[in-house]
Design a protein around this ligand. Structure first.
Ligand SMILES: Cc1ncc(COP(=O)(O)O)c(C=O)c1O
Length: 420
């Protein structure tokens, strides 16, 4: 293993996981908002980003909001989730997928992950409906920009009369059978936060084909004001609308979405080629049916090439071993060279806040596995569900589209050195 005094040089400026890439036109639209004095949550930039999103994604209505999380919250509310209602949610994801269910008093039940796309496992979802036939809402994500097994998941939801909320926060521009993600659920959400494929520094969007639902989100997101000469309120509202200044940044970014995807794809392909002799695989996708946006390149280490790694609640340890490595070793090593990676999202069923919630794998189970090590087993007897296994063996690689191929080649060599 190399460290920072090895023959690799520490990068002068940090190589980020995924940082904003600006082009100049963003500033023109921000300036326009300033000069026309539409420094507000109304204005031309907002109208334009909503139009551009509908045009690109192929949905009828888009409502620009302050964050992807806000759009997920609006979706959960529209889906009618009430206090105590169980909702099936992707397990391997960012907490923002799930938290809006709790805002409305719903109870997330986590559905395990499959290995083909690292998304919600249709077999586990089917099992979950057998266990909880009363569930009527499913929140599913397209992790790291890779479309889930949408047809299978949708067929199961249709069979059980459940509505899909599609969390396409990470997958803007990705397609499944030629159709954009963000069009498969009844309610769909995207994010423009600072690390996304295009960004406004923050921001999100609610997408739907239903005009009435879009109008409800417009109303709720601006404090639910009724049509009256004064401020009249009949229901709870939120201050969730996007700023016209942020919308200016997103408006400028939209024209670069395809360029960013092409750059991210090239990064993914370079890693794949660079790691071909290592005992690792890249984050997989269904090449016959889908085209990811390649937002983050990730890898997963073969089970038999994992050195010993122990993760506590907030700390991690490993024992370096010849020919083997682990995410902790790789992340710590690249960090020494001023390179940012990240662990895979820690599954929701392992999170202290959610670990007492039910969790369904394709084998049933119905209870979160809170302990990765079986009592009475040896310390090598690791019992994992798929999500926990991917978290254990996987990591997100630096995927910044400003990283040069020379820089990436050095990072590949640094990672290879972890297995020496
Ligand atoms: C999967 C997923 N869902 C939801 C969100 C929330 O989006 P935002 O940060 O815009 O609220 C994010 C990104 O942060 C995300 O990665």
């Amino acid at each position: 293993m190399f460290n920072s005094d090895s023959h690799f040089k520490v990068f002068d400026s940090k190589i980020w996981l995924s940082s904003p890439t600006m082009h100049g036109s963003e500033m023109e639209y921000v300036k326009e908002a300033y000069e026309t004095n539409w420094m507000s949550t109304v204005g031309k930039n907002i109208n334009e980003v909503e139009r551009l999103a509908c045009e690109k994604i192929g949905c009828k209505y888009a409502v620009a909001l302050s964050a992807g999380t806000a759009s997920l919250h609006m979706a959960v509310r529209l889906a009618g989730v009430k206090h105590g209602d169980k909702v099936f949610c992707s397990d391997l994801t960012f907490g923002a997928t799930v938290n809006p269910v709790v805002y409305e008093g719903g109870v997330p039940i986590f559905i395990d992950t499959e290995y083909d796309t690292w998304n919600m496992d249709p077999e586990a979802l089917q099992k979950a409906f057998e266990m909880y036939p009363e569930v009527k809402v499913v929140v599913m994500v397209h992790l790291y920009g890779t479309p889930a097994k949408i047809d299978e998941l949708k067929a199961i939801c249709d069979k059980h009369g459940a509505v899909i909320i599609e969390d396409a926060a990470e997958s803007l521009g990705a397609t499944y059978k030629g159709r954009q993600t963000g069009t498969f659920g009844k309610y769909n959400c995207i994010s423009f936060n600072g690390n996304k494929i295009i960004t406004g520094s923050s921001g999100g969007m609610f997408l739907t084909d239903d005009e009435e639902d879009a109008n409800k989100v417009r109303k709720w997101s601006t404090q639910a004001r009724e049509d009256a000469p004064w401020y009249q309120h009949e229901e709870v509202g939120y201050n969730y609308r996007m700023s016209n200044v942020i919308a200016g940044v997103i408006r400028g970014q939209f024209g670069y979405l395809d360029e960013h995807i092409a750059q991210k794809k090239a990064i993914y392909e370079r890693y794949k080629e660079g790691f071909k002799n290592l005992p690792v695989l890249m984050n997989p996708y269904d090449a016959d049916n889908s085209e990811p946006n390649y937002w983050l390149s990730c890898l997963i280490i073969n089970d038999d090439a994992m050195c010993k790694q122990v993760r506590g609640e907030c700390e991690s340890l490993y024992i370096s071993e010849h020919g083997k490595s682990c995410p902790t070793e790789i992340l710590e090593t690249i960090a020494k060279f001023n390179v940012e990676g990240r662990p895979i999202w820690k599954p929701m069923h392992m999170q202290p806040i959610y670990r007492m919630h039910d969790f369904v794998t394709k084998n049933g189970s119905g209870r979160a596995n809170t302990n990765a090590y079986i009592a009475g087993g040896s310390c090598n007897s690791r019992i994992f569900d798929a999500g926990e296994d991917i978290f254990d063996r996987g990591l997100c690689l630096p995927s910044d589209n400003k990283m040069s191929s020379e820089q990436q080649n050095i990072i590949i060599e640094i990672i290879k050195s972890c297995f020496c």
